[in-house]
Design a binder for this molecule. Structure first.
Ligand code: AMP
Length: 398
């Protein structure tokens, strides 16, 4: 079966077509600037490119262009859209309702809409993507895969914040966690890679990319994660602040006479790597500047290294030890120095790196020393394959 994976943003629609016979990606595409002047769709399939620069007023029009590109006579990988067996949608926030992926029906769409207050930037866009695809492919089964679902096994001691309990009961304020599909994929893959049973391991997964989160997976269940009610909590990220003293908000707002929306904009868009370094939100730029001796770039690196190290220490404590530590996503997969610096000083946990093996980028490799009690792995993440597998499994069950 061929499965289409859709990740809809507020003005974009990213997609991948995967053939489940061999789990290979047949086509990848992106519609951007939807509803804005200059909308464009680009697709690559079998090394052939399809580009359409045309007005796309909304996600329905973008979806029509997507189908046109996929079935294009010259460069399209499909003869007919009926070859698409199912569509898997990435959805940011499933709240407490969704602990696993589900077939999308009216009720599920209503529930995604109910979670809009928890994911105000993403859930409306995800829903638009679902509605658009339903309109252009009304007979194709669709599945929703939630970024939050994997973390729903966390116990209350990990997800309740230190604020009056009524905020949890009344407003659903709690830790949800994100990047769940990635944490789930790399942790399961780690067990497979080591030839061990997933349920026998204590795993810490470090998803370090433009957005970063860390998770503790104890004997097959996520027990804690660094992102919270929103993806703003945790370690410093490309442009997000990560965890901070909440009283800082009032102090800055009063001093600079800005409102809460402006403040959150600063915490989401001008903080983290970008805000501290003043250089860039891209780790490569920070690394280059640090190599040239730029002091703020060096501090930025150190804050990130220490931040990740602290979570590893905390999660090892929560699980009573750790058997496997996984690095994934853009920075985790491609940052040999970051991995060394994060792991430096963690020898007391039984983790010892092999500097030579660690000189690797974007490949599945065990980068720990032979005599290390803790296995440290680099595992490139693959969220699309998780979405595709969940979609296949749900639509073939029905
Ligand atoms: P992601 O969100 O997973 O795409 O990750 C984006 C982050 O990964 C950015 O900060 C990039 O600078 C970083 N990244 C990607 N490729 C490399 C690389 N080859 N070396 C260092 N960092 C990289």
């Amino acid at each position: 079966m061929k499965i289409l994976i859709v990740n809809a943003g507020s003005s974009s629609l990213k997609y991948q077509l995967i053939d489940m016979e061999d789990e290979q990606t047949i086509a990848k595409g992106l519609a951007e600037r939807i509803g804005i002047e200059g909308s464009k769709l680009t697709q690559t399939a079998n090394g052939k490119k399809f580009v359409a620069e045309a007005a796309m007023a909304d996600h329905v029009e973008a979806s029509k262009f997507m189908l046109r590109a996929l079935t294009d006579k010259e460069v399209g990988p499909l003869k007919d859209m009926s070859e698409i067996g199912a569509v898997g949608h990435r959805v940011l926030h499933g709240g407490e309702r969704f602990t696993a992926s589900v077939i999308i029906d009216e009720e599920v769409m209503d529930a995604i809409a109910e979670n809009i207050p928890l994911g105000p930037l993403h859930n409306p866009a995800n829903l638009m993507g679902i509605k658009a695809c339903k309109q252009v492919m009304p007979d194709t089964p669709m599945v929703a895969v939630f970024d939050t679902a994997f973390h729903q096994t966390m116990p209350p001691k990990a997800f309740i914040y230190g604020v009056p309990f009524e905020y949890y009961e009344r407003l659903r304020v709690r830790r949800y966690g994100f990047h769940g599909t990635s944490h789930r994929y790399v942790s399961a893959r780690a067990a497979e890679f080591l030839g061990r049973r997933y349920e026998d391991l204590r795993i810490i997964t470090c998803h370090l990319g433009n957005g970063s989160s860390i998770a503790a997976i104890d004997h097959g269940k996520c027990v804690d994660t660094s992102m919270g009610l929103t993806p703003l909590e945790g370690v410093i990220m490309g442009t997000r602040s990560g965890v901070l003293d909440p009283a800082i908000l009032q102090y800055i707002m009063n001093n600079d006479n800005i409102d809460i929306d402006q403040m959150l904009d600063i915490l989401n868009k001008s903080s983290g790597l970008l805000g501290i370094s003043g250089i860039s939100s891209d780790m490569r730029d920070i690394d280059n500047a640090a190599a040239e001796g730029n002091k703020r770039a060096i501090i930025t690196q150190e804050i990130l290294y220490t931040g990740v190290k602290k979570y590893i220490g905390a999660y090892a404590a929560v699980m009573g030890g750790v058997d496997v530590i996984v690095f994934t996503a853009g920075i985790g997969e491609n940052g040999p120095r970051l991995r060394l610096k994060v792991m430096e000083g963690l020898e007391f946990l039984g983790a010892k790196m092999d500097e030579q093996k660690n000189e690797v980028r974007g490949k599945e490799v065990d980068v720990s020393a032979d005599d290390s009690a803790v296995r440290v792995l680099v595992i490139p993440t693959n969220e699309e394959i998780v979405i595709a597998r969940d979609t296949l499994s749900l639509v073939t069950q029905h």
